[in-house]
Design a binder for this molecule. Structure first.
Ligand SMILES: Cc1ncc(COP(=O)(O)O)c(C=O)c1O
Length: 393
């Protein structure tokens, strides 16, 4: 059978045009490649965009999450609570500090952290909650903030997917104590690899700035400039987590396009809704009232009891139609490390497991065309029609 599309539609492609190329070339010509003036400018513009007091640029969101927990003073044997429904870094960074990630389930019918499960998991060793805004849909930050307030816990938001997202009129990045964004190649804006931490705490921001660059005196990056000095002092055994100006050059131009990117993502999400909402076999993502979805991912869920094929075979059929997809995420608790070290069992978090077995992320990015979106819709519809339960009866 001929595939529905003649050429392969990748799951994601970044939007890079001449403005990024020129900004990067300008950086190359400037002679200043590592952290410097462009990183500072990117931080300033990002903080302005979000409406946060401080933005600290780092080499990845993983580095940012690690640094955020480090700046909060997380100690060995302390605990953080996060969702099992996330990427490995959200919890691994706690392990890097010899603290324990305590996993909890998601809300019924949603992929965000369940606040009641969070409250039940709190112990005297709990220090922080890490909500993960999966796909760009904000978690219930009101309830999580109330819980954090009652128990004296910090909130570090994993906003790798959540640029630009809002919860009840507040931009993600201005809600928790610290918020970490990702600029990985596939994210809503990209610097190749990179991340940003936002916070309103000047004390935290100062710690982050020192610790991201070896823990040496605040303006360490300036030591090779005319106003810099060769002298430095190590205040802390810090990390090499700074962003480079080459990355920041990309970030500066991507940030200018962010609102346009988001408008296109939202528009494509509405086309998917239009083209698929009549299929009983597919559950579509919903936008919770009072929130703005960042539409990083468009995650559908199959109703396996209405179909004669499972998720993996569905993904394979889409690939045969020349459509790239992905699955987000394999819940942490079913990975060998968490199973073997912490003794988690698959059924410990039934909602996350249930979702994982049914989800498929469809392509959603500004570089694809409206015709591409309709190709995906036609492919999904034709697979559903071919594999509907009772079709041949
Ligand atoms: C939910 C989540 N958190 C954190 C990360 C880590 O981001 P980075 O690749 O910038 O380290 C990712 C990356 O895909 C992610 O999806």
């Amino acid at each position: 059978m001929r595939p529905l599309r003649a050429s392969f539609l990748p799951f994601h492609r970044p939007w890079i045009d001449e403005t990024e190329v020129e900004e990067v070339v300008d950086t190359l010509r400037s002679g200043w490649l590592t952290m410097g003036p462009k990183t500072l400018k990117f931080e300033e513009r990002f903080a302005d965009y979000i409406g946060a007091k401080h933005a600290v640029a780092v080499s990845s969101a993983t580095a940012g999450l690690h640094l955020a927990l480090d700046a909060l003073g997380l100690q060995p044997d302390d605990e953080i609570i996060t969702s099992t429904y996330t990427f490995t870094s959200t919890a691994a960074v706690a392990l890097h500090l010899r603290a324990r990630p305590v996993l909890v389930d998601v809300l019924p019918g949603q992929l965000g952290l369940d606040p009641e499960a969070v409250e039940r998991a709190i112990t005297p060793r709990t220090r922080a909650i890490i909500p993960v805004h999966i796909a760009g849909a904000p978690c219930d930050m009101d309830r999580l903030q109330k819980i954090a307030g009652r128990h004296g816990l910090s909130i570090v938001e994993d906003a790798a997917h959540a640029l630009p997202a809002e919860f009840r009129g507040r931009k993600v990045g201005t809600i928790g104590d610290l918020t970490v964004f990702s600029f990985y190649a596939g994210k809503n804006i990209t610097t190749g690899e990179g991340g940003m931490i936002t916070t309103d705490s000047t004390e935290c921001a100062n710690l982050l700035r020192v610790r991201r660059l070896h823990g040496i005196s605040r303006d360490a990056w300036k030591r090779y400039t005319a106003e810099g000095s060769w002298y430095y002092e190590v205040a802390y055994p810090g990390y090499k987590y700074n962003m480079t100006d080459l990355s920041a050059a990309l970030g500066l131009q991507q940030l200018r396009k962010l609102d346009r990117f988001h408008a296109i993502r939202s528009y494509y999400a509405s086309i998917y809704q239009l083209g698929l909402s009549d299929l009983a076999e597919i559950v579509l993502p919903e936008v919770e009232e009072g929130t703005q979805h960042a539409w990083h991912l468009y995650m559908i869920q199959l109703e396996p009891e209405l179909l004669t094929i499972g998720r993996d075979a569905f993904v394979e059929e889409l690939r045969r139609e020349n459509i790239g997809t992905s699955v987000h995420f394999i819940p942490l608790h079913i990975h060998p490390y968490y199973r073997d070290v912490f003794g988690y069992k698959p059924d410990d978090f039934p909602r996350a497991l249930h979702a994982y077995r049914r989800v498929i992320s469809l392509p959603l990015y500004p570089r694809m065309t409206e015709a591409d979106v309709w190709d995906v819709i036609r492919a999904v519809r034709s697979i559903v029609e071919r594999h509907r339960v009772g079709r041949d009866v």
